[in-house]
Design a protein around this ligand. Structure first.
Ligand code: BES
Ligand code: ZN
Length: 867
């Protein structure tokens, strides 16, 4: 585990109450000028004032006391490593209020953090910049000097000085606009005073945008800002946002407290979206829908992202975590609620089923590593804070909340949430505050149960043994920590709400118990010996289940006949696959079970199958019998592929559309001849403009064709990329380029990823696409080793580099490669990637052990199948 890095927190002796900030970005020179007055409260007499400030030049600093006395600091100390400035005074500043005035200058940087520049092309073809902010977690200090910790809430008056032809936006509505007194090109735009809020939620944007607007039924003015001329593309998000605000108002029993809600698409953006209060910023691909060019899966993603960021307006913005250790309260909860929202708006998406593959399984996979971390994790240094925006905070957080929601029931859960939000509005909380409110509402021991899930690393595996006692089935349940290397772990115990279903009533729990100790017995009355019994109906409990071979043998036919509901088929299968990874079961068992899915029709079950196939594919790409595996996969997907075909059927559902993209994509990638031929034909017609490819088929077609590509096809794809206007389309093309297996083309893709044709926000995803094939994997790693410094400088560390490192390293499968990766990151330590590197090393070694353990029997099985 990485050692916590020394880092100083702000002293508690001074508290900001109100900031009055004026910012004047220069969009041509890419610099900005600012000035501010902060009303502060001095709680202990002091000669020092310490606050956060980074990459800013400070001037004209003074403190005005209530007596009107003006004090100027005798000296100013700058600590770059602590991202702080200390003002040192000769006089003692007395207890009470004071006003701190400071002017500052800085650069509109190109790192997508703090206040930065984002490039676009104007209608006249000119390259221009907008100024945008991204502050979470610790970058407000790069825009204005401040007490940049979530608990130091204050109110904000923001003024922007901007060219008259640019749109100025901030968290609150505009209240006045006047000509600048000395430059008639400039306007001085003031925004209303904000409520009490944390610095990381402040935002400003200055640029050229169009918008669509509407008013929600609860009277909030909602606008979606888009690039100029693209306002039509904001309509889908506008509809989602206007419907979701009243839904949340009812769900939380608290009205959205600001008078307006703006959503804006930003051309250069490091993460997917950011919940700044009243001014939510998004990547273009997470907000804009072009009906002719947006795929069903992207539309679904946009609905989830909008739902997520708007959930934060309550959970995160109105009530905020005390410190980043409790980040999961924000992210885990918003991830849970985004599914509530989409389920409400689009019941046909069956989104709660998809939750299990999108969040739950991802969390369990990461959390089975020894180098996972507890949901609540001590963090100090900004790079440590950055690194916990991961699948534990988001997906495990959301999964344990879903489990809790099920344990409490919706009514008590909502009552507790309302108590929590009302009690702590405009304040800050610890995880315990949430448990307290939920316990009060439900009279259940929420804190006792939940702290076992948030304070301990990992999760349990429940082993089930069954015996018959007359008419009754008796189950013995035993818990132990589940670890990916198959070891039995430590003595951690969880308080686990366990539910059990049986063949008599497959979709209902007939028994619910709270497993508190190591082991317990459960008696199921009137359940005969020859019917199946299953734990965890609906796959809600955050644990793995290990059945005896006899119990599993009873369950498999129920998967095949679909007597088990989709989430239960998926749950049995994924639990089994995890047993394989941990070496408790042979891979051949999972290959056999996979064949039971040939008649499967559910999208989410297929997507779990796909996840397993992708793991196996990575592993077997290190062997000499990968082609037998490819044949196995082609056969697995062929029946459903034929059933779905290429053409959309009249009245087909959203999920059938998603399934077609998934299945054709798999068939194409694993070289199904008919699919390859058809994909080539359809792409040719698309390029020749004789038949446009529907958006849903583009990713599978692009990847299929590129995987077989020669130089000419590659050039054609680059041409398509250049001609594409919609960012989603550019992403689709650039992320399919890595599918090539040709060594020369692989080098071209890597060069292209770094070229100025690809925005910094997208570069890493193109490199990752390369790392997903066997020849690309070593090429991407070699490329990273050569360019790591350039990449780190480009992003100044942060979330994107961390993602890149994970995906380009974790699929190696030998001790030699583990040693090489380890030595490299020992020599070149990249702050904020320490835990990720440890996780990758662990995964590489697990892959190596898996390969050693099972490759011979897999080979034998596949060859004997003789597909
Ligand atoms: N608060 C985050 C944005 C964020 C992420 C800031 C990482 C700093 C570091 C936002 O609410 C968020 O979670 N965005 C997600 C999208 C969401 C739908 C899962 C993202 O950007 O990936
Ligand atoms: Zn979030």
């Amino acid at each position: 585990m990485p050692e916590p890095k020394p880092f100083e927190r702000l002293p508690q002796n001074i508290k900001p109450n109100h900031y009055k900030i004026t910012l004047q970005p220069n969009l041509v020179k890419c610099v900005f000028h600012g000035s501010q007055e902060v009303d502060i409260e001095i709680k202990e007499a002091t000669k020092q004032i310490k606050f956060n400030s980074l990459d800013l030049t400070l001037r004209d600093i003074k403190v005005t006391l209530p007596s009107e006395e003006v004090l100027v600091p005798a000296s100013t100390e700058i600590s770059t490593s602590n991202e702080m400035v200390t003002l040192i005074f000769e006089e003692t500043l007395p207890i009470g209020t004071a006003k701190l005035s400071v002017a500052f200058d800085g650069e509109l940087n190109d790192k997508m953090k703090g206040i930065y520049r984002s490039k676009y092309t104007s209608a006249s073809g000119e390259e221009r910049y907008s100024a945008v902010t991204q502050f979470e977690a610790t970058d407000a200090r790069r825009c204005f000097p401040c007490w940049d910790e979530p608990a130091l809430k204050a109110t904000f008056d923001i003024t922007l000085v901007v060219p008259h032809d640019r749109v100025p936006l901030s968290n609150m509505p505009e209240i006045s606009r006047v000509l600048h007194e000395s430059d008639s090109n400039l306007q001085v735009v003031k925004f209303a005073t904000s409520p009490l809020m944390s610095t990381y939620l402040v935002a400003v944007v200055v640029g050229e945008y169009d918008y669509v607007e509407d008013t929600s039924t609860d009277g909030i003015k909602v606008r979606v800002y888009t690039p100029v001329g693209k306002q039509e593309q904001g309509k889908f998000a506008l509809e989602v946002a206007t419907k979701v605000l009243p839904y949340y108002k009812e769900y939380f029993s608290i009205a959205y407290p600001l008078p307006k809600m703006d959503l804006i698409a930003i051309a250069d953006f490091s993460v997917g979206a950011m919940e700044n209060w009243g001014l939510v910023t998004y990547r273009e691909t997470c907000l804009l829908v072009d009906p002719d060019n947006t795929s069903a899966s992207q539309r679904q993603w946009i609905a989830l992202v909008v739902g997520h960021e708007l959930a934060h307006q309550w959970f995160g913005n109105l009530v905020t975590m005390e410190w980043w250790t409790h980040l999961w309260l924000n992210e885990g909860y918003a991830t849970f609620v985004e599914f509530l929202c989409v389920d409400h708006l689009f019941p046909e998406y069956d989104i709660w089923t998809q939750f299990v593959t999108n969040a739950y399984i991802r969390a369990l996979e990461l959390d089975s590593l020894k180098n996972s971390h507890p949901i609540e994790v001590p963090v100090g240094h900004p790079s440590e804070v950055d690194e916990i925006f991961d699948d534990i905070s988001y997906s495990k957080g959301a999964s344990v909340i879903r489990m809790l929601h099920c344990y409490l029931g919706d009514k008590d859960f909502r009552a507790g949430m309302n108590k929590y939000l009302t009690r702590h509005q405009y304040g800050n909380t610890y995880t315990e505050d949430l448990w307290a409110a939920l316990s009060e509402a439900s009279s259940k021991p929420v804190g006792d149960v939940m702290s076992t899930w948030t304070k301990q690393t990992g999760f349990p595996m429940i082993s089930v043994v069954s015996h018959q006692d007359g008419d009754n089935r008796v189950l013995t349940l035993t818990q132990q920590r589940f670890l990916a290397d198959g070891s039995s772990g430590d003595n951690s115990l969880w308080m686990i709400p366990v539910s059990i279903s049986t063949e008599k009533n497959p979709s209902k729990a007939i028994k619910e118990v709270l497993l508190e100790g190591k082991t317990t017995q459960v008696v199921l009355e009137g359940i005969s010996e020859n019917t199946w019994v299953k734990l965890n109906p609906g796959t809600v409990g955050y644990y793995r289940t290990q059945y005896t071979p006899e119990m599993l043998t009873q369950l498999i036919p129920a998967m095949k006949t679909k007597c088990l509901p989709p989430l239960d088929r998926l749950g049995v299968f994924d639990d089994l696959f995890s047993m394989v990874l941990a070496g408790h079961t042979s891979t051949v068992e999972v290959l056999k079970v996979l064949r039971a899915f040939e008649d499967e029709t559910d999208y989410t079950v297929w997507s779990a199958v796909h996840n397993c196939v992708a793991h196996l594919n990575q592993l077997l790409s290190h062997t000499d019998f990968h082609s037998s595996f490819a044949a196995f996969v082609r056969q697995l997907f062929s029946k459903i592929g034929q059933k779905l075909g290429w053409e959309t059927k009249p009245g087909e559902t959203h999920l059938q559309t998603l399934l077609r993209s998934l299945v054709l994509g798999q068939l194409g990638l694993y070289g199904d001849e008919a699919v390859v031929v058809e994909a080539k034909k359809r792409l040719a017609a698309h390029v020749a403009n004789t038949a446009t490819l529907p958006a849903d088929l583009r990713s599978p077609v692009y990847k299929t064709v590129v995987s077989q590509a020669d130089e000419k096809t590659y050039d054609q794809m680059i041409k398509l990329y250049r001609e594409a206007d919609l960012h989603e389309e550019k992403d689709r093309i650039s992320r399919s380029l890595g599918a090539t297996r040709d060594p020369n083309l692989i080098q071209r893709v890597l060069q292209f990823a770094m070229s100025n044709e690809v925005r910094n926000q997208d570069t890493i995803f193109v490199i990752i696409s390369v790392a997903m094939t066997a020849p690309g994997r070593s090429a991407a790693w070699a490329f990273f080793k050569k360019h790591h410094q350039e990449l780190v400088d480009r992003y100044e560390g942060g979330y994107l580099v961390t993602r890149l490192i994970k995906y380009i390293t974790e699929n190696f499968a030998s001790e030699e490669m583990a040693a090489e990766v380890e030595a490299f990151f020992h020599q070149w330590q990249i702050p904020g990637t320490e835990r990720t590197v440890q996780q990758s090393l662990e995964t590489i070694r697990l892959n190596a052990a898996w390969l050693q353990r099972d490759q011979d029997i897999i080979k034998k099985y596949l060859i004997e199948l003789n597909i």
